[in-house]
Ligand binder design. Structure first.
Ligand SMILES: *[C@@H]1O[C@H](CO)[C@@H](O)[C@H](O)[C@H]1NC(C)=O
Ligand SMILES: *[C@@H]1O[C@H](CO)[C@@H](O)[C@H](O)[C@H]1NC(C)=O
Ligand SMILES: CC(=O)N[C@H]1CO[C@H](CO)[C@@H](O)[C@@H]1O
Length: 740
């Protein structure tokens, strides 16, 4: 089991939310938190293992034992959820662990790719409260059919009633795709390879879902996409997404479909946006599926993340399916094709009894014929099942369209987790989307009354054990709190504008909202509209009128460039600049032109004039709520005054020209009459240390500035803030988790 052949290893993350599952546009985020921000706010913890990289391939969150099990490269890890990481024990295991499933109360089943020889073994993990991790050597067995040969091949598994259900390509060459069941006392069962049932499938998820209280009807569902011959009979191939299912009590046929599934059916999952003239944009490639189990009664919802297949347009969409709609499609007509060149249509003839796909149960019993097992099904039923594995109707999403669409993203979305949150004004589904770069987007999709289009609000952030999100990437695993309300700011309006269903204004601060805690009377929250004018009356205007924000003095030299920085907390806010000159009665909005540019970071004067002097107010406007971000009193130093101070030649004495001559500071200080040394320090740095901007590390943060440089403009330097941000950018590694 030498790990030598394992150079091929791609990202394949995991994404888990406790309690989520019994088996385990201008859409700028309002708050973007870097990995460092999260770590320093104690919001996240990272585990990378003793070697600094896990090669993570499988996660299993065990809420019963308070532990998180990780399957990585050559190792399996057990992390205690109730303690700080890394308190780990490690055991050597077979290469890349792809399967981690609970076997019983004391054991886990783990399967690894081996050196292209899949291997399974039982791992003793102990009872609740123990922290044991031991490989049962006597249990090591071939994992063929239970685990793929490669660490990166799409694969899904579910452990039900002591048996492992897998959707995978089981052979070394990756050609033999199948849905397989093994590991119990019953003979193994697989999909029929002659039947052309699966076309290059990419399995995403597998789970047991009960139709009703009768356990005989329990089925295992598989979600995947496949590339099938074009349904219009032409020679092309198209990618479609599928939901397939098999009965847990399927035993195969007696004469037909021996040791093959006799109840396997599949249906298409459609996720598309209707466009002008009936044209639809389809999201056909399934990326991930999350099952949102209802708190009580029926009503399971399937959240599915799709991507486009198109080479020109990269987009992602989240569609939500009611389980009841999926059942309806499986109860509907079968798809039928007269011959390979014919179009598909609904099967209109007589369907034999028991209806193919129906599990043997009390419902299939007839006087004199109990059909206690699929082995008792008439050959006619099995022949029909073999010829009609596909349903005619596709499954359409709730509301007939995606709840969320994302285009023009720099990253690919790969994972989805959903948390249903009860807020003051309703129940919201908070969607966490994991990206291939390791960041996590937190989004709520709102259905606003009277509008067909759902409104999307991209929040920031990420919850503690029982309130935590576990994010896995190839390098490691991160634990993040689902919310940290105080990061939204210290004002009622900021809390309200965040529109985060986890957070509400309690009269003093922005804190976790818990429904039903009626002791606190002043809980202010408005997810639907985010209107602080209603929720936080009197806040916005008073601040503006009294000019509560004190002005800071800044200096600029005539004919030189200068920059006034303004970074509102929320990038979703519109920024406006106002100028009040000493002689003016009221401030006026700053008119931007060739000379004065408004950038995302602030106001840039390419060449400062004396007339630019005055008090600048940067104000952010979001959902009708305006607040002052910063007030800057700009003093313009006249060119003549500066000429007296500055020598014509750069300072001699061998020193580099970029070193600020210290003596001039005092003159500048006298000139301005103010002793705010750090700011003057910064100012001088801007004027004289232009060379710093040329350092390669300085470029990414100021990528906009870089292009402007070509037009002969220079002089923009990184402030201290800018520098540290660049540093963070450059030191970024894929393991860094960004809550956005
Ligand atoms: C984070 O946790 C550490 C240790 O528990 C503590 O010392 C530190 O003050 C915390 N930081 C914040 C920002 O809460
Ligand atoms: C779990 O399964 C293992 C292996 O079959 C067995 O040795 C162990 O006793 C079982 N534990 C329980 C609690 O049933
Ligand atoms: C870039 C730029 O315009 N620099 C000017 C800054 O001010 C001094 C003094 O007036 C000029 O000599 C520079 O050309």
């Amino acid at each position: 089991m030498a790990p030598s052949a394992w150079a091929i290893c791609f990202f394949l993350g995991g994404f888990l939310l406790p309690g989520g599952s019994p088996s385990p546009g201008s859409s700028v985020p309002r708050l973007r938190l870097s990995y460092r921000d999260l770590l320093s706010a104690n919001r996240s913890a990272i585990f990378l293992g003793p070697r600094g990289s896990l090669g993570l391939r499988a996660l299993y969150l065990d809420e019963y034992r308070d532990r998180l099990f990780l399957g990585g490269r050559d190792a399996l890890y057990s992390l205690r959820l109730d303690q700080a990481w890394p308190d780990t024990k490690e055991t050597e295991c077979a290469n890349f662990v792809r399967v981690l499933q609970p076997h019983n109360r004391t054991h886990l089943l783990a399967c690894g790719t081996g050196a292209f020889q899949p291997t399974c073994a039982l791992i003793t993990v102990g009872h609740r409260g123990e922290h044991v991790l031991r490989l049962e050597l006597s249990s090591v067995d071939s994992g063929r059919g239970r685990c793929p040969h490669e660490p990166s091949r799409p694969f899904a598994s579910a452990f039900v009633g002591g048996e492992l259900y897998t959707g995978l390509t089981a052979d070394f060459l990756g050609r033999e795709a199948m849905i397989f069941r093994s590991g119990g006392p019953r003979p193994a069962l697989r999909s029929d390879s002659d039947q052309n049932l699966l076309h290059d499938p990419r399995f995403v998820m597998a789970a047991r879902i009960s139709d009703n209280s009768d356990q005989d009807n329990d089925k295992v569902y598989f979600f995947f996409s496949e590339t099938v011959p074009s349904p219009d009979g032409s020679s092309g191939r198209v990618t479609v997404s599928r939901v397939a299912r098999v009965c847990v009590n399927d035993a195969g046929g007696q004469r037909v479909l021996v040791n093959r599934w006799s109840t396997l059916l599949k249906a298409r999952l459609v996720c598309s946006v209707p466009g002008a003239g009936g044209a639809e944009t389809h999201f056909d490639q399934l990326e991930d599926v999350f099952l949102l189990w209802p708190k009580a009664g029926k009503g399971l919802e399937v959240f599915a993340l799709f991507s486009t297949v198109s080479a020109v347009f990269q987009g992602f969409a989240v569609c939500v399916y009611h389980m009841a709609d999926i059942w309806e499609v499986f109860n509907g007509p079968f798809a039928h094709q007269e011959g390979p060149q014919h179009q598909w249509g609904p099967y209109v003839g007589k369907v034999p009894f028991p209806r193919p796909g129906v599990c043997p149960s009390k419902m299939t019993a007839r006087p004199g014929r109990a059909f206690g097992s699929t082995k008792d099904y008439p050959d006619e039923v099995l022949q029909f099942a073999r010829a009609h594995p596909l349903m005619f109707r596709p499954v359409r999403p709730r509301l007939g369209r995606p709840v969320l669409i994302k285009t023009q993203l720099a990253q690919k979305l790969t994972q989805i987790v959903v948390d249903r949150v009860e807020a003051e004004d309703g129940i919201y589904d908070v969607i966490f989307l994991g990206t291939d770069s390791g960041s996590v987007l937190k989004v709520i999709a709102l259905q606003v009354e009277g509008s067909a289009e759902p409104e999307e609000v991209v929040l920031e952030e990420l919850q503690v054990f029982k309130q935590m999100l576990y994010v896995g990437s190839q390098l490691g695993v991160a634990r993040l709190r689902l919310h940290q309300c105080e990061t939204y700011g210290s004002a009622c309006a900021e809390c309200c504008l965040a529109r985060d269903p986890y957070c509400a204004w309690d009269g003093a601060s922005c804190t976790r909202y818990r429904p039903g805690s009626s002791k606190r009377r002043f809980r202010r929250q408005d997810i639907l509209h985010g209107n602080p004018a209603l929720q936080c009356p009197g806040q916005g205007q008073t601040e503006e009128a009294t000019g509560a924000v004190a002005a800071t003095t800044v200096y600029g030299t005539e004919h030189n460039s200068t920059f006034l920085e303004c970074l509102p907390k929320s990038p979703q806010a519109a920024v406006r600049w106002f100028l009040q000159r000493p002689e003016d009665e009221r401030p006026d909005q700053v008119k931007t032109d060739e000379r004065i540019l408004q950038t995302a970071q602030g106001l840039l004067f390419r060449r400062l004039s004396r007339l630019d002097a005055g008090t600048y107010t940067c104000s952010s406007l979001e959902h009708g709520f305006s607040r002052t971000v910063v007030r800057l009193a700009l003093v313009v130093i006249a060119a003549e005054q500066l000429g007296v101070l500055l020598p014509r030649e750069p300072p001699a004495r061998g020193g580099p020209a970029s070193v600020p001559p210290k003596a001039w500071y005092k003159d500048i200080l006298q000139l301005t009459g103010l002793a705010s040394l750090p700011r003057v320090d910064e100012y001088c740095e801007r004027v004289w240390c232009r060379g710093v901007a040329e350092r390669p590390g300085a470029l990414p943060f100021w990528s906009k500035a870089k292009s402007a440089r070509g037009k002969g403009w220079a002089g923009l330097e990184l402030g201290k803030k800018g520098k540290s941000r660049v540093q963070a950018e450059r030191n970024r590694t894929p393991r860094e988790v960004e809550a956005t």
